[in-house]
Design a protein around this ligand. Structure first.
Ligand SMILES: NC(=O)C1=CN([C@@H]2O[C@H](COP(=O)(O)OP(=O)(O)OC[C@H]3O[C@@H](n4cnc5c(N)ncnc54)[C@H](O)[C@@H]3O)[C@@H](O)[C@H]2O)C=CC1
Ligand SMILES: O=C(O)[C@@H]1CCC=N1
Length: 287
């Protein structure tokens, strides 16, 4: 990969996560002329072009021009899209010239991607999440067999522009997918349910929405601010933050009693397990 200021990043698949990456990079100040999108729905490619000033090309052209080739299609479409770039990649020498392939696809192991590409292609598997669009991504990275420190560091640097990036052993990727990849949806469902509950009790929807979204943002701020639970040198503990809200005999205790009795905690445990298992199954099916 060449220097990040001049490198070309091509995204294969301009859907929800492709847009989150492209839009997030542009919002972070990256020159849109260094970004390309490959999108099979022409109207969608046009939409991304007018929204972010990004050029649309076909897959072989992307493979010719890219320093980083991002795979952002559904797991079922990964084999097709890799087949579309394989011959061009084979014509570029591994190492400095051949692009690093960064896959965002849930469940698909690096070994399965490598098997569809020319030998020695550097592959980095990443599980991002949609807050990338607003520079608040959690990206979890692992390397394939041909990706060295340089490729991993370059991928990390690219993704650090749109949020946080951490390395994990690939064996942890399915669980990371269930936590941070799918996790925003759990929070959105919680927010939606809280808003609907308040509306049912008579609060106007715009007021309920403002109260809930500010509460989620504020709670996130406490969870991520060192020392917010009164302790120094360790990350804030969610349980201590929750205790601080819960007055003896008060309103929060009344609410938490219902949530515990209705099994919220065990439902979340089963939900994360189901997401992890689905990630493993996607890898078996399409990897
Ligand atoms: N949506 C999310 O929150 C996250 C998604 N992912 C992963 O990102 C990948 C994409 O997911 P989404 O963006 O949600 O899906 P999506 O369906 O919104 O986007 C996929 C896009 O790829 C396009 N496409 C399909 N085949 C193509 C081809 N051969 N050439 C060019 N374009 C093609 C489709 O037209 C579509 O616009 C999946 O593998 C998913 O597991 C990972 C983390 C989070
Ligand atoms: O639902 C999915 O399969 C993708 C992966 C993580 C978030 N969305």
């Amino acid at each position: 990969m060449s220097d990040h200021q001049t490198s070309t990043v091509a995204v294969l698949g301009g859907g929800k996560i492709g847009e989150a990456l492209l839009g997030g990079l542009v919002a972070a100040g990256r020159d849109p002329r260094s970004l390309l999108v490959v999108e099979s729905v022409a109207a969608r490619a046009q939409e991304l072009g007018s929204r972010y000033g990004i050029g649309a090309v076909d897959a072989p052209e992307a493979a010719r021009r890219a320093d980083v080739l991002v795979v952002a299609v559904k797991p079922a479409d990964v084999p097709t899209v890799l087949d579309q770039v394989r011959d061009v990649l084979a014509g570029r020498a591994p190492g400095q010239d051949r692009p690093t392939v960064v896959s965002l696809a849930a469940g698909i192991p690096t070994a399965a991607i490598e098997a569809r590409l020319p030998a020695e292609t550097a592959v980095v598997r990443v599980m991002p999440n949609t807050p990338m669009l607003v520079g608040r991504a959690m990206c979890v990275l692992s390397t394939g067999s041909a990706a060295g420190d340089a490729e991993l560091a370059a991928a990390e640097e690219l993704l650090a522009a749109v949020g946080r990036a951490v390395r994990v052993p690939e064996a942890q990727q399915d669980l990371a997918t269930a936590l941070s990849g799918s996790g925003p949806a759990y929070v959105f469902l919680l927010a939606e349910a809280m808003i609907d509950a308040a509306v049912a009790l008579g609060l106007p929807r715009p007021v309920a929405t403002e109260l809930v979204t500010a509460t989620v943002e504020g709670a996130g701020g406490l969870l991520t601010t060192p020392g917010s639970d009164g302790r120094e040198g360790v990350p804030p503990h969610p349980g201590l933050l929750r205790e601080a809200v819960t007055s003896p005999g008060g309103t929060t205790a009344a609410a938490l009693g219902v949530l515990e009795a209705d099994g919220l905690r065990s439902a979340l445990a089963r939900a994360v397990t189901a997401a992890r298992d689905r990630s493993v199954a996607l890898g078996r099916q399409y990897g």
